[in-house]
Design a protein around this ligand. Structure first.
Ligand SMILES: Nc1ncnc2c1ncn2[C@@H]1O[C@H](COP(=O)(O)OP(=O)(O)OP(=O)(O)O)[C@@H](O)[C@H]1O
Ligand SMILES: [Mg+2]
Length: 260
């Protein structure tokens, strides 16, 4: 399928080894700007590792990552976040004892420009910045429909809504690229539908989104294109229906069920 948007994210020959395991084995992939781009593959295929490398949690063993013209690989995680990459985690990372708003603010603070001393002394610049971050966090909560829960304890929300807190935290950093790692995991059918609508609304604002998901109906409904990973290698990229009927993809998933 021809690509009509310039790529926002470009991966070239990306490799990541953990001891003898090649979690990413030469992945070359373009993610077009403004799309919801799916990333699927059997368990252990390297999907989360790809997000971890793009967001700077891990340095790649080889290859490059570009966001637009900016090279990201080798940069520290907070620098990559400031350059516009935000993500959610496969295992929910919400601080249950904190309020929903404070959870979202933990994402923004890494983006503040005032130094620690200015913050401690509560200098005007620092106070202005606090207000700016608070506005962003509130706006992100409104976007995901959690405005009325800003002061609720995060743990008091059902799992579906806690996932949405994570998405709000990512959005509050005003990213260029949003990475969602299995956002529907553990959600009810109804919660998954609501999540799908939210992802669609977010994408409609032009934010490029990569979605790792095992829920194929969600992937089919949201993604224009899907990349399939298997044992660290890119098997194929195509439209969801195309990919689903690809014998190599079917083989990879069958291989997962029958490791012999
Ligand atoms: N921090 C790590 N240390 C060692 N090995 C790791 C680490 N992270 C991932 N791996 C290994 O890399 C491979 C890819 O794992 P990864 O978590 O990226 O897969 P995945 O596609 O996200 O799978 P799932 O669908 O189960 O989430 C696996 O063999 C895994 O055991
Ligand atoms: Mg994973």
């Amino acid at each position: 399928m021809p690509t009509d948007a310039a790529p926002l994210l470009r991966l070239e020959g990306l490799r990541k080894a953990f001891g003898g395991v090649l979690a990413l084995d030469g992945v070359t992939l373009d993610v077009p700007a403004g799309e919801i781009f799916g990333l699927i593959g059997p368990n252990g295929a390297g999907k989360t590792t790809l997000f971890n490398v793009v967001s700077g949690i891990f340095r790649p063993t080889g290859g490059t990552v570009h966001l637009g013209t900016r090279r990201l690989d080798g940069l520290p995680q907070d620098r990559i976040a400031r350059l516009g990459v935000a993500r959610t985690f496969q295992n929910l990372q919400v601080f249950g004892s904190m309020t929903v708003l404070d959870n979202v603010l933990t994402g923004c603070h890494r983006h503040g420009h005032s130094g620690a001393v200015a913050s401690m002394l509560r200098l005007p610049r620092s106070l202005r910045e606090e207000h700016r971050l608070l506005d962003r966090a509130r706006a992100a909560l409104e976007t995901v429909g959690l405005g009325e829960f800003a002061y609720a304890q995060a743990a008091s929300l059902p799992p579906g809504r806690q996932r949405t807190v994570e998405i709000a935290r990512a959005l509050a950093t005003e990213p260029k690229l949003l990475l969602l790692d299995e956002p529907a995991a553990g959600l009810t059918t109804r919660e998954t539908e609501t999540l799908g609508e939210l992802i669609q609304c977010i994408a409609a604002t032009g934010l490029t989104t990569m979605l790792i998901e095992h829920d194929m109906s969600l992937v089919m409904g949201l993604c224009r294109r899907v990349a399939v990973l298997d044992q660290g290698k890119l098997l194929t990229v195509g439209e969801p229906t195309e990919v689903q009927s690809d014998p190599r993809v079917i083989g990879a998933y069958l291989g997962e069920e029958d490791p012999a």
